[in-house]
Design a protein around this ligand. Structure first.
Ligand SMILES: NC(=O)c1ccc[n+]([C@@H]2O[C@H](COP(=O)([O-])OP(=O)(O)OC[C@H]3O[C@@H](n4cnc5c(N)ncnc54)[C@H](O)[C@@H]3O)[C@@H](O)[C@H]2O)c1
Length: 399
């Protein structure tokens, strides 16, 4: 592997750890982001997101001169695109960031370069990257273009970036082989070869599989509530069957991935994506159902005490022990309650401030609240004893 200069476009939860890891593996890394404050923070050796060990990697990379951040790309041997892929109104996939990142590298790509799309993408996006480069006058027959979806777990990114198996799908067999060779220089997991379209669908399948299984657990939790059965006990009993593994229910499904990516399949698959669509709908419904439960508890308190209930929302993130609030059901629940006139005490131990809520610590929130609602199973909430207040636990932390 002769390529030494890497340009990483998008320095968020995926791009920055990747850039910092590669820089610590002796590559010269040029990181690009469109947000000036992100670029400045990284160039000072600091980080703008919460992820264990990332600060150490970034500081070492910047201090050694191996990682530099900028608003614009530069000439490199490998380009890695790790920009957001959200959806537009109506769950229509939005690949605008991928297209603009691709256009940004046009002046810098040269013969034999590898262009890797790491962003989770609808089937056909890697071909679209090639089309955009062609439209901009690049001779793509001289490039190696591939998709390598990222599948790390936030909170464990630095380890999983190295240890996870990876799937690489090029637009040509040569592109696949070149890209596999590159990942093999820093990944200890197996790097598996396929086509670009299969690699794209593989990532969407992984997240849809998770979403569908969580939907099953969420539907069970709603049914158990109706049947007056403890869902946590039920699941722990059924999981004693050697071939059953029901996942844990929650207040819905959030995040940049699982709550988003199944829609990429549904959008393209239409009526043939029946289960995947139903799973999304069940998980969305679980959040609305949770809001109704909380509102009913608040109303009951008001009827019994003649004053409005204060509700402690324990956790705003989309899952335990992270600061990521994207598509978070917990945040949506807190916002909806507040919009409907309920006083919310917002607790989120992983952030210090929020533009819409005053973040309070959990002791103060529990002390002041009339109804305590566990929305996210953060480690700080484990083992808390609450007396004389209504407690609603959507994440099983009290079990
Ligand atoms: N976060 C995860 O756990 C995770 C896991 C697997 C896959 N992914 C996928 O990886 C991709 C990136 O996700 P993320 O979590 O890192 O997103 P993010 O929002 O944390 O980071 C994306 C970064 O890209 C920057 N950006 C946007 N447009 C740009 C452009 N044209 N040029 C340069 N920078 C640009 C943004 O400012 C931001 O800093 C998405 O497709 C996501 O679905 C994320």
């Amino acid at each position: 592997m002769t390529s030494r200069k890497i340009c990483v476009i998008g320095l968020g939860y995926i791009g920055l750890p990747t850039a910092a890891l590669l820089a610590n593996r002796n590559y010269d890394v040029h990181g690009v982001d469109v947000v000036q404050s992100t670029v400045d923070t990284i160039n000072e050796g600091n980080i703008h997101i919460v992820e264990p060990e990332l600060d150490t990697f970034v500081r070492a990379a910047v201090n050694s001169g191996k990682l530099k951040a900028s608003l614009t790309p530069c000439v490199a041997d490998v380009f890695i695109i790790a920009v957001p892929t959200p959806f537009h109104e109506g769950y229509v996939p939005n690949i605008d960031y991928v297209v603009s990142a691709t256009k940004a590298i046009v002046p810098f790509v040269k013969e034999n370069d590898i262009v890797i799309l790491e962003s989770t993408s609808p089937v056909g996006t890697t071909d679209k990257v090639e089309d955009v480069l062609k439209e901009e006058g690049v001779d793509t027959s001289k490039l190696f273009i591939a998709h390598c979806p990222e599948r790390v777990l936030p909170g464990h990114i630095m380890r999983e970036l190295v240890e996870n198996d990876r799937i690489v799908g090029g637009t040509t067999p040569e592109a696949t082989a070149k890209t596999v060779e590159f990942y093999n220089t820093f990944v200890s997991g197996e790097v598996l070869s396929t086509t670009a379209r299969t690699a794209e669908m593989a990532k969407l399948t992984e997240n849809s599989f998770r979403d569908t299984n969580i939907a099953f657990a969420n539907e069970l939790s709603i049914l158990c509530d109706k049947f007056e059965i403890d869902v946590w006990e039920l699941i722990s009993l059924t999981n004693r069957h050697p071939r059953v593994n029901v996942l844990q229910p929650g207040a819905g499904v959030g995040g940049h991935c699982i709550a988003v990516d199944p829609w990429f399949i549904v959008h393209a698959g239409g009526d043939d994506a029946k289960i995947i669509r139903a799973a999304r709908e069940v998980n969305t419904y679980k959040t609305e159902w949770s809001i109704e439960k909380i509102k009913n508890a608040a109303l009951k308190f008001e009827n019994e005490n003649g004053k409005k209930a204060k509700v402690a929302c324990m956790g705003l993130a989309f899952k335990p022990d992270i600061d990521d609030l994207r598509e978070a059901p917990a945040l949506y629940i807190a916002k909806t309650l507040e919009a409907q006139g309920i006083e919310v005490l917002a607790v989120e131990p992983n952030i210090s401030s929020h533009k819409e809520f005053d973040i309070v610590n959990y002791e103060k929130a529990i002390d002041e609240a009339d109804v305590v609602v566990y929305l996210v199973g953060h480690k700080e909430f484990k083992g808390i004893k609450i007396f004389g207040k209504e407690v609603i636990d959507f994440c099983g932390i009290t079990n």
